[in-house]
Ligand binder design. Structure first.
Ligand code: AMP
Length: 210
């Protein structure tokens, strides 16, 4: 089964990807992870890290080459789950030269929910526990970890302005890609504003009924 997960930041793609990967025993291939693990000793790897460090998207030809190399590995013979690539229509067309897709799962959440999920996120600087001061799990004290009393930190790019900017980008660049898959008849759209377990049940039910 060849799957792609798409959704705005905070939609839970990574979490659902892990669940699906376990269930179907196929690898979850995250574009961000591919970039982070690019070998810095190679010319290609150096370019990837330069773009990442600048907070910019890696050029399409390099990103596509990284993905092609990953898809050529032995563990993808039964399929794969892509997360983070393609995220524009141009990347979607490049992907079509490498592989087809059986299903595209679009996890839809509102912009308000995106803001709550991302700006409310806090991570313990000591034990790594994750909280959300606007949704759940809420810590007892906004700044202190329930488990170890470590200081809770917010990511630098989790400001309301930065989140809104990324959301605008998603609407402008990723929605045309989603429409493309809708027209192809391979889009499965699910409501992401439900609990993790409920969402995964819904996705599995729809995948199994195909
Ligand atoms: P992420 O983990 O999704 O935040 O991605 C981390 C970094 O990897 C991004 O800031 C980009 O530099 C790069 N990256 C991830 N996905 C893509 C993509 N589809 N196209 C180009 N660059 C990407």
């Amino acid at each position: 089964m060849k799957l792609l997960l798409v959704g705005n930041q905070g939609s839970g793609k990574g979490t659902q990807g892990k669940i699906l990967s376990q269930k179907y025993q196929i690898p979850l291939i995250s574009a961000g992870e591919l970039c982070r693990s690019a070998n810095k000793d190679t010319e290609q790897g150096k370019i990837v890290h330069r773009y990442m460090n600048a907070g910019e998207l890696v050029p399409d030809d390099i990103m596509t080459a990284l993905l092609k190399k990953r898809l050529d590995e032995n563990d993808t013979t039964d399929g794969f789950i892509l997360d983070g690539y393609p995220r524009t229509l141009a990347q979607g067309h490049l992907l079509e030269k490498i592989t087809d897709l059986d299903k595209v799962i679009y996890i839809n959440i509102s912009d308000n929910e995106v803001i709550k999920r991302i700006t409310g996120r806090r991570t313990c600087s000591k034990c790594g526990a994750i909280y959300n001061v606007l949704t759940s799990p809420k810590p007892k004290n906004e700044n202190i970890c329930d488990n170890c009393n470590g200081a809770l930190k917010k990511r630098k790019d989790a400001t309301k302005a930065a989140v809104k900017k990324r959301s605008t980008w998603f609407h402008e660049k990723t929605e045309p890609l989603i429409d493309h898959y809708r027209k192809q008849g391979i889009l499965m759209e699910v409501n992401g504003e439900v609990a993790i377990e409920e969402l995964s049940k819904q996705i599995l039910k729809e995948l199994n009924s195909q």
